[in-house]
Design a protein around this ligand. Sequence first.
Ligand code: AMP
Ligand code: MG
Length: 354
Amino acid sequence: MANTSKYAFEEKVVIAAVRRACALTSSVFEKLIKNETLVKGDKSPVTVGDFAAQALISTILHNTFPNDPIVGEEDASDLRIESGKLMRERIVELANDALTAPLAAGDNVAWGIGPGAHRTSDEILEAIDRGNHPGGPNGRMWTIDPIDGTKGFLRGEQYAVCVSLIVDATVQVGVIGCPNLLVDPSDPSKGTGAIFSAVRGAGARQFTLEGTDPVSLSIPKTEVEGLKFLESVEAAHSSHSFNDRVTEVLGVQAAHVRMDSQAKYAALCRGEGGAYLRMPTVVGYKEKIWDHAPGEVLVVEAGGIVTDSRGESLNFGVGRSLGENFGVIAAGRDVHPKVIASVQQVQAEEKSKI
Ligand code: AMP
Ligand code: MG
């Protein structure tokens, strides 16, 4: 099942980068969060993990594709000042540990990884700052969300390491690493951790956390009556009450599945939920391209559809955000039109109340 597509090489490099980043974030959780050596509410471990994972991924991408710009969630200005010294040192150490870890099957030293691939502190900060590209409609660009779902990460629940390649506003490659997602939802004894990857036109696949043993993904057919909605855990990120009303309109009985991060897109591809619904909670918030680009190509390649509430494709070519927020609806082909119709009905109801 080798991927012989135009972007097969890019996919291979990104899976290697995401694999290393997942090991890094898992070790941050084990060492700094699980043991609760922290004052409650201190978010610094997630910040350290976030920066270090972005540095790692950005370093590998820049080393391998030096001309490609990067749209990354983080920037390093806070780390360059004196008060950021301690954090900076921890980030540099973590990023270097991950960069210099032994090569795994399929890895290549030419990607700037493996024993001896240390970077200086300045190189690590530059790697983080390289994520400052403004986005736009033309050419190649990478998106990096080093820890998507930071709230889930802190709770020990779902989070995802997410990378995509966008070419002329179309997502061509999307990779989502989910260290805490069950390998097989029907058999918890198999443990957790999987990498999901898609290349446009070449299918979607689930790999082990080591980046091996690909299994094709295809969204199972669902009946509307049994539809389970996937939604954010955080009510501030997507409207739970809107989703409740949509399920009423559809006559759906099943409880919603709440999950942090782009793990929702991966779960949809495996049939753990039948539709992912994300409607705005506040006027003015614009969805970020790094929060949806990997998920969009994954779902489409698994046979699904991703649109906004108008039924229009997400536009990855207008900058770092998707533009005006009309929500995000991802579902299998069979149910997507019905979900859109009920979303629009609920929108009309809400409008009539004003
Ligand atoms: P989730 O895990 O589905 O709750 O989504 C996590 C993502 O929500 C983060 O990566 C943020 O970029 C994004 N986010 C932050 N604030 C908002 C908001 N007000 N509306 C929608 N998404 C948000
Ligand atoms: Mg995110």
